[in-house]
Design a protein around this ligand. Structure first.
Ligand SMILES: O=C(O)C1=N[C@H](C(=O)O)C[C@H](O)C1
Length: 293
C-alpha cells in the first residue's frame, strides 16, 4: 500500500446545478491537489456528501478518481455504510478498480453495540483484501467506537488506522499510546489535528485541505516531523478556516469557498443548502486571514 501519511483531503464532490456529479470538475480538483502537494486524495467521505451520493455514484467517483490520479498519489475511497453488506460491496469495488485504501465509517442511525461495530469491521476485513481506515465520528453517527474497540479492530486483516473525528485530544492520546505496530491514528478534526500529529498521529483527513491544500500539506508534514514552530505558525494561519468551514453544515462553506476561489461549483444536494450570506461573510473573512483572498 502506498503510504497514507500527511494531508488527506476529504474532497468535496463537485456537482452541476441540476445535482449531477461534475466529473470534469472532480478531475480538475484532483489535478490541483496533486500540484499543490496534497498527500492523499480522499473521496466520498462526509465532505464528499456521501449521505446523498448513491451506491452507483459512489462507485463511479471512486473509479474516476483512481483512473485520473493514475498512481500519482494514494486514493482513499469512502466505502462506509450502515449496512455491512453494502460496505463490503463498496470495498470490493474499490479494490477492483485499484483504490489504495478505504475509509469505512462506524455504522450510523442503527446504533450498533461495541460488539456490533467490531463484527461489522471484521466482516468487511475478512471479505475484502484492501487496507482499511476506520472512521469514528459520533457527532454524526451517534454510535461511538470506544478506543478499546478500535484497538481490538486493529488486529483485523488490513485495518491500518483510525480517523478519530471526535476532536477529543485526550482520546487521541490514548489511541496513540495504545496503538499496536502498523496501526496509525489520523485526525478527522482540523482544529485539533496539529496536536494529534505532534503526539504521533500520521495525518489529517482534512476539510481545510480543500481550500488550502499547500498549507495543509506543509502543516501536516511539519507536525509529523516535529517541526513545532513551523507547524504552529501554519495552524494559526489556517485556524479561522478550520473554524468557519463548519460555520454552517459542511461542505456548504467549503463549496462556497472553492467557488469564490474559482475552483469548483457551489452546488449541494438537499437536505444540505448553500451557504447563507452571513456564512459567506464569515468564510470570506477566514479566506482573507489565511491569505487566500
Ligand atoms: O469528509 C470527511 O470524511 C470528514 N469528516 C468529518 C466531518 O465532516 O464530520 C471532518 C473531517 O475532517 C472530514
Amino acid at each position: 500500500m502506498n503510504a497514507i501519511v500527511g494531508s488527506i483531503v476529504a474532497l468535496v464532490t463537485p456537482m452541476h446545478e441540476d445535482g449531477r456529479i461534475d466529473f470534469d470538475g472532480l478531475r480538475s480538483l484532483i489535478d490541483w491537489h496533486i500540484d499543490q502537494g496534497t498527500d492523499v486524495i480522499g473521496v466520498v467521505g462526509t465532505t464528499g456528501e456521501s449521505p446523498t451520493v448513491t451506491m452507483e455514484e459512489n462507485r463511479e467517483v471512486i473509479r474516476v478518481a483512481v483512473e485520473h490520479v493514475k498512481g500519482r498519489k494514494p486514493v482513499l475511497a469512502g466505502t462506509g455504510a450502515n449496512a455491512t453488506a453494502e460496505a463490503i460491496e463498496l470495498s470490493r469495488f474499490a479494490k477492483q478498480v485499484g483504490a489504495d485504501a478505504t475509509l469505512s465509517v462506524v455504522p450510523y442511525y442503527n446504533k450498533p453495540s461495541q460488539e456490533g461495530i467490531y463484527q461489522h469491521f471484521k466482516a468487511i476485513a475478512e471479505a475484502v483484501d484492501i487496507p482499511m481506515m476506520l472512521y469514528n465520528v459520533p457527532g454524526r453517527t451517534v454510535a461511538d467506537m470506544a478506543p478499546e474497540t478500535a484497538i481490538r479492530c486493529a488486529a483485523l486483516p488490513g485495518v491500518f488506522g483510525i480517523k478519530e473525528a471526535t476532536g477529543n485530544i485526550e482520546r487521541a492520546a490514548w489511541l496513540i499510546k495504545h496503538a499496536p505496530a502498523g496501526f496509525s491514528i489520523y485526525s478527522g478534526d482540523d482544529g485539533t489535528a496539529i496536536a494529534l500529529m505532534l503526539m504521533g498521529g500520521r495525518g489529517s483527513v482534512s476539510v481545510t485541505a480543500n481550500i488550502a491544500p499547500k498549507a495543509m500539506h506543509e502543516l501536516c508534514m511539519a507536525a509529523i516531523e516535529g517541526r513545532v514552530r513551523e507547524a504552529t505558525a501554519l495552524h494559526f494561519q489556517l485556524l479561522p478556516l478550520h473554524k468557519q468551514l463548519f460555520c454552517e453544515p459542511s461542505p456548504a462553506p467549503a463549496k462556497w469557498a472553492l467557488n469564490k476561489l474559482g475552483r469548483s461549483s457551489n452546488h449541494l444536494r438537499l437536505p444540505l443548502t448553500p451557504l447563507t450570506p452571513a456564512g459567506q461573510q464569515l468564510v470570506e473573512g477566514a479566506l482573507r486571514e489565511a491569505g487566500l483572498l
